[in-house]
Design a protein around this ligand. Structure first.
Ligand code: NAD
Length: 258
């Protein structure tokens, strides 16, 4: 029996946005364990550094970069820096997002625009810049972190966020179609409710009408964890999924089929 290396990312250069906390941190650590050199890009410079330090201390390769994904100049600079310092780009995970909640009739344009700016414009900007470099290089694999909320309302007061994630799904499919011939794969992971620092804050900020994800609606039972999402992201980033693109993979214990 020989070892199956299809799930390895040895010597791949991988950018993970929002890698300073929660799901992004889990993805960064999982990719590093699989052999990748990980660029941990986060608005919170200290958090990004903590993730990079944890990876380095465990024997992996990581670098922290402070970036606001909603800022065009910063995103352009991030990818130029990655190419300049590391010589290429193989994998991008668009994970950074915010998810404050507001009753629909209280949503003003400032609130609407703030979520669009990070979740959808940020994903667009990182996609555009990464694809520019991947197209000029050896192609690559991109994983967008969407949400089950892109497909179902799931919790109250989440309409603005849900619309951003539906947009992420659409960008996933359209870029997969356009850049498949360039050897660039684009897929999305749709997590169910996962305990993270951000999820706890968002849930505590508003009195939710009913439980998140609806109790009893998860066929596999229980709530998933960060590692469940990171494992799916690793599959989609790695050569194990080399013939897969444009797909939306729900990692939700079966919630969306219930
Ligand atoms: N946790 C869940 O239940 C859940 C469910 C479905 C989808 N998701 C998605 O998973 C992803 C990660 O969520 P999480 O729960 O780990 O969030 P989190 O809030 O715990 O972590 C998000 C990280 O992104 C960073 N970030 C925020 N805005 C940024 C910006 N403008 N530029 C760069 N970095 C920025 C934060 O500093 C933080 O480190 C998001 O895309 C989220 O929408 C989460």
């Amino acid at each position: 029996m020989t070892q199956n290396n299809a799930f390895r990312l040895d010597d791949r250069i991988a950018v993970v946005t929002g890698g300073g906390a929660g799901i992004g941190r889990g993805i960064a650590e999982t990719f590093a364990l699989a052999g990748a050199r990980v660029i941990v890009a986060d608005l919170d410079a200290a958090a990004a550094q903590l993730t990079a330090d944890a990876i380095t201390e465990a024997g992996g390769q990581a670098h922290a970069v402070a970036v606001d994904v909603s800022n065009e100049h910063e995103v352009i600079a991030l990818f130029e820096q990655v190419i300049g310092q590391h010589g290429g780009l193989d994998v991008l995970v668009n994970n950074a997002a915010i998810f404050p909640k507001k009753p629909f009739l209280e949503v003003d344009t400032a609130f609407w625009d703030s979520l669009q700016a990070v979740n959808l414009r940020g994903t667009f900007l990182c996609l555009r810049e990464a694809i520019r470099h991947m197209k000029a290089g050896k192609g690559g694999s991109i994983v967008n972190i969407s949400s089950v909320s892109s497909m179902q309302a799931v919790v109250h007061h989440n309409g603005t966020y849900n619309a951003t994630k539906a947009g992420v799904n659409s960008l996933t499919r359209t870029t997969a179609l356009e850049f498949g011939p360039d050897g660039i794969r684009v897929n999305a992971v749709l997590p169910g409710g996962i305990p993270t620092p951000g999820a706890r804050t968002a849930s505590a900020a508003i009195e939710l009408k009913g439980p998140i994800m609806g109790e009893g609606r998860i066929p596999l039972g229980g709530i998933g964890d960060v590692q469940d999402i990171a494992n799916a992201a690793l599959f989609l980033a790695s050569p194990a999924s080399r013939y897969i693109t444009g797909q939306l993979l729900a990692v939700d214990g079966g919630f969306l089929v219930s």
